[in-house]
Write a protein that binds this ligand. Structure first.
Ligand code: SF4
Length: 200
């Protein structure tokens, strides 16, 4: 019946997985407008696009009731695209300031202060919305705590990580511990408590 895109959180990219899987062309890329285009006359509500979107920005309505409900949810969603561009634990580095090469981990970790290094997989978009702004995560840590990000899956074994993203905690070159996997903003306290356990 209809597909809706929450453009408040959608990165509106040509590479949208929803466009790629749509069998009818109801979702397409408009080169001129540089935007995802919706043609609901073509939508058959198969739901393929919805499953494809890693951040839940595409939603499919099977009837007008559902359409109204989803439309209301989108209208009332307080998030903005700005939320996508906050540096987070579990996110691609937005600012180059945080980004290091994986070969630099040892050198950065040598410092006397606490050093948090997040290893992430750049191909996973989910973390952009679901993880925790780094400022919130580090607010109870010493002021001189350093934070870096590196994109790599090659060093998982080296540090015995189980899954990415993984937040490695170092001091004076020693790995004190790490926190693996995604945590939503709602789980912030859990991560803060894990961090305290690691550094105590
Ligand atoms: S629900 Fe199916 S037909 Fe409709 S936009 Fe999504 S993939 Fe295309």
């Amino acid at each position: 019946m209809a597909v809706l895109v929450n453009f408040k959180i959608c990165d509106n990219a040509k590479e949208c997985g929803g466009i790629a899987v749509c069998p009818t062309g109801a979702l397409s890329w408009n080169e001129e407008k540089e935007s995802i285009e919706i043609d609901n006359d073509k939508c058959i509500s198969c739901g393929l696009c919805e499953k494809e979107c890693p951040i839940g920005a595409i939603m499919v309505a099977k009837n007008s009731e559902e359409y109204k409900k989803i439309k209301k949810e989108i209208d009332e969603d307080p998030r903005t695209t700005k939320d996508l561009f906050v540096d987070r634990y579990g996110a691609v580095a937005i600012s180059d300031f945080f980004k290091i090469e994986s070969e630099e981990i040892k050198e950065k970790a040598e410092k006397d202060c606490l050093t948090l290094i997040e290893v992430y997989n750049p191909d996973v978009a989910e973390c952009l919305l679901k993880s925790i702004p780094i400022k919130e995560l580090t607010k109870n840590l010493p002021k001189d705590t350093l934070f870096y990000k590196t994109e790599s899956d090659k060093i998982i074994d080296e540090y015995n990580m189980i899954e990415l993203p993984s937040l490695l905690v170092f001091k004076k070159g020693k790995l004190l511990g790490y926190i693996d996997g995604y945590y939503t903003t709602d789980e912030k306290e859990k991560v803060i408590s894990k961090l305290s356990d690691i550094i105590k």
